[in-house]
Design a binder for this molecule. Sequence first.
Ligand SMILES: [Zn+2]
Length: 351
Amino acid sequence: MSRLALGIDIGGTKVAAVLLNREGVVLGRARGPVAAQGNGAGLGSIFRVVDTVLQGHLEARRSLVGIGAGAPGSIDWRGGVLNGAANLTWQHLPLAAALSERYGVPALLDNDVNVAAWGERCFGAGTGAPAGEGPRGLPVGAPAGVPGLPEENVVFLTAGTGIGAGLIEAGRIVRGRGGAGEIGHIPLFPDGPPCRCGMIGCLEARASGPALARAGQGAAAAGETPGLLALAGGDPQEVTAPLVIRAAVEGDAGAARLLDQEGYYLALAVLIAGRLLDPARVVLGGGLAEAGTPLFQAVWTNLARLRPRGPAPSSYVVPASLGPDAGAIGGAALIFYPEPGFLEAGLIAPA
Ligand SMILES: [Zn+2]
């Protein structure tokens, strides 16, 4: 009987879960709304999604060996406790213990970006093979740099509602005291806008999806982007980040400038991560990265401009390959290929 793991990705508005085998094949998935009000309702909304996945697979209960979850906000990963997040009113929710008790298997919890990074490393674009061609599910701890095996040094950069990074160094997640990787909250622009974190001019305040949408709205209202305005049905307020990228691809010069600027911002994030950790690859994911080639082209072009003597940017900045499933798959990956921090804390036994 094959062993199965369950991965859970908790977002600000929805919960996703997947049932995965050791080879990284998704055998079942479910999604549902997250109840933001109160610990009890929050747990109930997570249980409902997990129950849905398990009910779809008769063997799942008997074959389940563990559950891994990722969640936003402040996480006590050793204690498996979700301390709180901006969009959730949960307070000190002992999520790992609750999952473990209900389903009778070990359960792990970490920051959502760290978990997605681990997923890409074990089963996605961090496996060291050319993007999209990597064999999936090879053991962590295998020799570094061999095509198809998980890279020891990978940065997962996520660009969407926020800008964040999951840092994997020498085969382990870099957490600091718990909050490492908040690359979006490095203040790079002294004259930049206020950021939701309370600082001024953070990278995220200019480079996030909502920031790109705002820039597009301003340009459209100022008459600088006629093609973009047309795509938005003539209403500048209807401009979104994906529309800016589409207008740029379709030849709107103003939108193309905004896309180039976005590429510059993300190139800065890549360079900062690169200078600090010297990873073999930077895997770029998140909502903005889903735009695909036009966005990557903008990042690569700006990287080549900023660092003319560096390696070809497309050789080390690669698209995430697990898409919206990265977080949930990463949770399950934590069970099959435990991250050393969890092993040392005695939260799970070696696979
Ligand atoms: Zn900030």
